[in-house]
Write a protein that binds this ligand. Structure first.
Ligand SMILES: [Zn+2]
Length: 358
């Protein structure tokens, strides 16, 4: 949590790229990494590009050092480019994405502490994600190791928070089908004993909105861990007090288990580019979210509620019809409703998301 508080402090001014505050954030992150990683060949932790700087580090593998698992999170945020609230004008981006960076660092620290892994682990902290995934896009055209030697990329964006208060024990893992059954099974093993409900959704539900989409486009299997957009998203109220430290710890347990598995597995994922866009399991997962969020429907503006009732009925009907009836029409209903659902949840007042422990 120290890392979340440090990155989300007003001193760093919302971490806008190309500023003195961004340079300060970079120095802070390199200091963190220097304790348990080494730079990659050819760069000294920093990969500058057009008005941005990616940060890259490696924990070198002992047996298959030229095979890599990558973890990544964007460290940039919006500076002051989000709606103000009274005197507060700084978009601190605690959940988006100080918490994701903290999780990547803490995971990598745990890997380093348990001795050299079999494969190598790359830690990538991206810049300019908020400008359109520009840091990761630069990286895949200037990779530091061959992309076909990366067995999987694990992305963190928006962690330690919840879509609504009643969903505090729910978190989301998107896209494991991009690595085929080997990646899906590795994710299942990693989530088997977590007290969190890990909702596994197809890649499409990540809406191409974070850096995992770029790595997938470069034919790398991906998993994207996220708590999705909520009422704090891209507002000045995405502050450290909305982060639930216990949840972030549990999320780190899961992602560390997944990455540890991928670093040593004898059955690594291989890229699948043509998986079905949505599955019956997506409908089941979204139905569970909607059911669990029912106590919070009163937090939504009245205008959002009818659509949520319709979506609940649609999902109940789709799930009741069973997997063999899951067709193109069901897919369309599922997707259109999901877009409305995400939009509705961003209308919940951010202050309702502050965990009770604060
Ligand atoms: Zn983000």
């Amino acid at each position: 949590m120290d890392v979340v508080a440090d990155l989300a402090s007003d001193v760093l001014g919302g971490r806008p790229n190309g500023t003195a505050q961004s340079a300060q954030a970079q120095r802070y992150l390199v200091d963190q990494l220097a304790g348990f990683t080494t730079p990659l060949a050819g760069i000294t932790y920093l990969q500058p590009f057009d008005q941005g700087t990616n940060i890259l580090a490696v924990i070198r593998g002992s047996q298959l050092p030229d095979q890599y698992v990558m973890v990544g999170a964007h460290y940039d945020h919006l500076g002051t480019d989000c709606p103000a609230d009274g005197a507060d004008t700084i978009c601190n981006g605690a959940s988006d994405n100080a918490a994701g960076v903290a999780e990547a660092l803490s995971l990598a620290r745990r890997v380093a502490a348990s001795g050299p892994p079999k494969r190598s682990l790359i830690i990538a902290l991206w810049d300019r994600e908020e400008d359109g995934l520009l840091g990761s896009t630069y990286y895949v055209s200037h990779p530091v190791v061959p992309l076909d030697q990366v067995v999987a990329y694990v992305n963190f964006d928006i962690q330690g928070t919840s879509m609504t208060p009643a969903l505090r024990d729910i978190t989301v893992a998107v896209g494991a089908e991009t690595g085929g059954p080997n990646l899906q099974q590795a994710l299942d093993r990693a989530t088997a004993s977590t007290p969190l409900t890990e909702l596994k959704l197809s890649l499409l539900f990540g809406q191409g909105r974070s850096d995992h989409a770029v790595l997938f486009g470069a034919h790398v299997p991906v998993v994207f861990f996220t708590d999705a957009n909520n009422g704090c998203y891209h507002t000045v109220n995405d502050e450290v007090d909305i982060i639930d430290p216990a949840k972030l710890d549990r999320q780190t347990d899961v992602s560390t288990a997944l990455v540890t598995d991928l670093l040593s597995t004898s059955t690594p994922p291989s890229w699948v580019g043509n998986a079905p866009a949505t599955t019956f399991a997506d409908a089941q997962g979204l139905l569970e979210v909607l059911r669990l969020s029912q106590p919070d429907l009163g937090l939504l503006p009245a205008a959002d509620r009818p659509a949520m009732s319709v979506y609940l009925e649609d999902l109940q009907r789709i799930v009741a019809a069973g997997p063999t009836a899951f067709d193109a029409a069901a897919t369309a209903t599922l997707l259109q409703g999901a877009v409305k659902l995400v939009a509705a949840f961003t209308h919940v007042d951010c202050r309702a998301l502050v965990p009770a422990t604060h």
